[in-house]
Design a protein around this ligand. Structure first.
Ligand SMILES: Cc1cc2nc3c(=O)[nH]c(=O)nc-3n(C[C@H](O)[C@H](O)[C@H](O)COP(=O)(O)OP(=O)(O)OC[C@H]3O[C@@H](n4cnc5c(N)ncnc54)[C@H](O)[C@@H]3O)c2cc1C
Length: 426
């Protein structure tokens, strides 16, 4: 919905090109890409970077596809990330009740993906990297600061109006800032999305993602494991320094109980699911829980507005694709805006923003639908469904091209790639 500003918006003496609401990982990456190409973004977030990197703020680690990692390399962030990036050499997917099954005697219901199989297509890069979110946030914060990008934090977007020539954003403290374009990157509860009148579709999975970091006794050798246990998927994601990030799906009530369980009770639950194939495991730091649901914006853009990250598409973490989608979109949006600005176009106009929406629409919709089907198929202990998925997994496992297709999808180097994901500067 386009409205004419009724309030007198302070004319941006600062001359911002793009207001980015939300300085999360996709929002900060977009700001950096725009600034490197000569545009002037401003970031707004209620949580300053210093608080975002606290060990108690975000306990997740993210599997970052190698193409998405290339973007950070091109933007000069990877140097700070490399020491914390664990290469994923193999992914083992097992449908079974016994963790570690695919690592030991082979079960027919497993899939093995190996980085070496796509080495010719990925320039020898691994399947992806695992990085703790706090390290990503710290590297982006340092790069944003070094690039001289203005960050208004703590500050919260309260409302916005979208006029024929500019968008005016009002912060909770009453400040009003203006720019030709505002990007809503404030996650699931995006205020910009609401103010633009963009609706969402989706549903709650009535599941909780339980996240904890553990130290392992035996070397993980860069292998990521995904088990489909009766209660839901359980992922063991290798981290540097022989640690692992665990993500497992539980019902909402079990998730709440696990978060508040005494350490010895949590450890007992963990060992029951994890098994002993990597030796003894020791939990490090707090246990985090995240509600899981699907939420898709009905549109990715409207005049003077573009949506980015979870505000546009929040998906189940089952295949570690949410942030990767957001990073791909950040690269596509940055390229669209930079190219338009160089041609002298109005970067907030419908015609420019429709290019971004058209570029990302298909990928976003197919991946979100795929993840949703995956969650339903694999969060289920129905014997018939177990058989169907077991047969599917053995078939994919036996067919080389099918395996390579899934690996290339996971690597993110498919489709019409933005220049930053190919490792080219804007
Ligand atoms: C358990 C779990 C594991 C995951 N693992 C992976 C993985 O391995 N790989 C992967 O690709 N993805 C993964 N994801 C998904 C990924 O974490 C999200 O897609 C990503 O964090 C979304 O980032 P975002 O910045 O869009 O949203 P958010 O992280 O929600 O950040 C939104 C930002 O906006 C700010 N904000 C909020 N309100 C306002 C306001 N009014 N004004 C201004 N700013 C505001 C917030 O403070 C915050 O900084 C996982 C998700 C979960 C739950």
């Amino acid at each position: 919905m386009t409205r004419t500003p009724t309030r007198k918006a302070a004319k941006a003496a600062e001359g911002y090109d793009v207001i980015i609401a939300g300085a999360g990982i996709p929002g900060a990456t977009l700001a950096l890409a725009l600034a490197r190409a000569g545009l002037k973004p401003v970031l707004i977030d209620p949580v300053p970077f210093d608080a975002q990197v606290e060990p108690t703020f975000d306990g997740r680690a993210s599997a970052i596809a190698y193409a998405a990692y290339r973007q950070w390399r091109t933007l000069g962030v990877a140097q700070a990330l490399d020491p914390h990036a664990q290469r994923i050499e193999q992914i083992l997917v097992t449908d079974g009740k016994a963790p570690g099954a695919a690592a030991g005697p082979q079960t027919p219901f497993h899939l093995r993906f190996d980085a070496e199989e796509i080495a010719d297509r990925s320039d020898g890069e691994p399947l992806g990297y695992l990085l703790e979110n706090r390290h990503i946030r710290a590297a982006l914060a340092a790069a944003v600061q070094a690039a001289g990008i203005e960050v208004l934090a703590p500050a919260r977007v309260a409302s916005a109006v979208f006029g024929p020539r500019a968008a005016a954003v009002t912060l909770e403290d009453g400040r009003v800032i203006e720019a030709p374009l505002v990007v809503g990157a404030e996650g699931r509860g995006s205020v910009i999305r609401r103010e633009a009148g963009i609706g969402t579709i989706g549903w709650d999975y009535r599941q909780t993602g339980v996240v904890a970091t553990v130290r392992l006794q035996r070397p993980h050798e860069g292998v990521a494991h995904e088990y489909f246990l009766p209660g839901g998927p359980f992922a063991i994601l290798p981290l540097t320094d022989n640690r692992a990030s665990l993500v497992w799906t539980e019902s909402v009530s079990r998730g709440a109980a696990l978060k508040t369980a005494r350490p010895e009770v949590f450890q007992a639950h963990l060992e029951r699911r994890f098994g002993d194939f990597l030796g003894t495991i020791a939990v490090e730091g707090p246990v985090f829980t995240y509600p899981l649901g699907l939420q898709l914006a009905e549109r990715l853009a409207a005049p003077r507005v573009a949506l980015l990250g979870d505000s546009a598409h929040a998906v189940h973490p089952i295949a570690g694709q949410g942030l990767n989608l957001g990073l791909k979109a950040a690269a596509a949006l940055a390229e669209t805006l930079v190219d338009a600005a160089r041609l002298g176009e109005d970067i907030g106009s419908e015609i420019v923003l429709e290019r971004y929406a058209a570029w990302r629409r298909f990928d976003t919709a197919t991946l979100s639908a795929g993840m949703d089907a995956f969650v339903r198929l694999f969060s289920n202990d129905n014997p018939l469904l177990r058989l169907v998925r077991g047969v599917g997994m053995s078939a994919v496992g036996r067919i080389g091209p099918a395996r390579r297709f899934f690996m290339q999808q996971a690597g993110g180097a498919v489709g019409d790639l933005p220049r930053l994901l190919k490792g080219e500067a804007l």
